[in-house]
Design a protein around this ligand. Sequence first.
Ligand code: PDD
Length: 282
Amino acid sequence: SIVFLNDSFVPMEEAKISPMDRGFLFGDGIYEVIPSYEGMLVGFAPHIERMNNGLREIGIDFAWPVEKWREVCENLIEKNGRGNLGIYLHVSRGTDSKRFHAYPEGVAPTVFAFAFDIPAAPVADKTLAKGYKVSTTRDLRWERCHIKSTALLGNVMHFQHGFERGANETLLFNANNELTEASACNAYIVKDGVVATPPLDNQILPGITRFILLDILRKNGSIKVEERIITMDEVFAADEVWVTSSSKEIAPVVEIDGKKVGNGEVGDVWQAAQTLYSAGKH
Ligand code: PDD
């Protein structure tokens, strides 16, 4: 595949980064994944805005005009076959001459981007949808989960927890047994037709799929939405559970720790929400 590294497009094999890059040594960087279906980027502007917020928050002085990022994304899409792609963007603090924790002065950030295949967007049909199985565990990540940091070991270990148990994702609960999110997705419950998802704070990533979905549901008005604290008991008593991310849109969860969610089948509210999302995503 053709990737982007520091202002040029090169074959993946030719893209080289120093081992002294702080992204490698410290996981010191910010990343994004933007979905693109047959050339249509979803959530482009809010993805770039979230990346700029992250860069500002960790003191990386780097902001390209949005148009420059769009050019990089569109080039990657064209050079990599225009299919269903996740566009990965990554800005690390850059390559230093020494390994010293403090932010270096005068070091240029490293910019890397590539495209990878993602599944076609889900068809909003509950008889065709793939039901997810998830595991659960205590959320042991840091208290800055709103930053989309490339330091993903906490998320990786949580994902692996579920993976080893045959699950597709892992739902995370804080010390008060409140739902936070999943290892690489936001999380939702549906009870009596009402969708609920945890509020935005330092415990979760402000997902762009979440942002677009809530916006579509609120504007449509046929499904009620709440952003509020959700307890573990509510998750196990839910009629439906969903997880969302850029590479999967809304994924219906049918099993948690081997227990059925609702009747164990993909639900009607999922079908209604995915229908609205498919039609209204932008
Ligand atoms: N994951 N929460 C976490 C911890 C995530 O890593 C992600 C995204 C989300 C969903 O955010 P969005 O809707 O903006 O994709 C929530 C990406 C896709 C990844 O790391 O591959």
